[in-house]
Design a protein around this ligand. Structure first.
Ligand code: PGA
Length: 245
């Protein structure tokens, strides 16, 4: 697969920020990006970012950060995959912040994976252990298998998995960041479960300074970027590093 870089803006940006950021990323990547890029703004700016990407932005796609597991109905405040599909090609599901703050279980995440697939978008399924330990992979394996419950084998190549160790997310650079070798080892084990045709990415405090470490690894097909995706220069630099690896 082409390398993939995903920007998760989380609950950040005003309308003006979102519009400037998307425009800068688009202009600075020109048409030369060798990586596919997915921008995931908050729901409310999706339409604005879609209109910016509409003109001459090949290889830059739009993604949502979450979706509701049903289609339409009396669920105040929710947004369904059926509503997102006209704007988005991708949808993040099971991010650790949703699992933690909104108590999303892997059972619910598996419903979301299926509903995203049914609506012809690519699910970006996030999994990762809370604490680093000798059994790290075991908890990742359980979370992965539960989150993929009910998903047919033939559907696996249509999904992107992101390995995001929770202890390495949103750190201020330094000690807690996972090393490339460690991330590669876990991503390789994930591939043994989902197969080589499924993209497996790393996420957790990726910056222009450490992106080489992850991009150069055999079992890592790209990165998911949170904090650094809010700075156009840093994000574009990461896209270039990943694209050239
Ligand atoms: P971070 O976020 O790059 O700020 O650590 C990654 C994520 O949680 O998606």
């Amino acid at each position: 697969m082409r390398p993939l870089v995903i920007a998760n803006w989380k609950m950040n940006t005003t309308l003006a920020d979102a519009s400037v950021l998307a425009t800068l990323v688009k202009n600075r990547l020109h048409n030369e990006s060798r990586a596919d890029v997915v921008l995931c703004p908050p729901y409310i700016w999706l339409q604005e970012v879609a209109s910016i990407l509409e003109v001459s932005a090949p290889h830059i796609y739009l993604g949502a950060q979450n979706c509701f597991a049903g289609e339409f109905g009396p669920y105040t405040g929710e947004v369904s995959a059926a509503m997102l599909k006209d704007l988005c090609s991708y949808c993040i599901v099971g991010h650790s912040e949703r699992r933690e703050h909104f108590h999303e279980s892997s059972e619910l995440v598996s419903e979301k994976v299926q509903v995203v697939l049914q609506n012809n978008m690519t699910p970006i399924l996030c999994v990762g252990e809370k604490q680093k330990s000798e059994n790290s992979f075991e908890s990742v394996r359980v979370m992965l298998e539960q989150s993929l419950e009910g998903v047919g084998k033939d559907e696996l190549p249509k999904i992107v998995i992101v390995y995001e160790p929770v202890w390495a997310i949103s750190t201020n650079a330094g000690d807690a960041v996972a090393t490339g070798d460690y991330a590669n080892e876990i991503c390789a084990k994930i591939k043994e479960i989902v197969g080589d045709e499924t993209g497996v990415l790393y996420g957790g405090s990726v910056t222009p300074e450490n992106a080489h470490e992850f991009a150069g690894q055999g079992s890592i097909d790209g990165v998911l970027v949170g904090g650094a995706s809010l700075k156009a220069n840093d994000f574009v630099e990461i896209c270039k590093i990943v694209g050239e690896s």
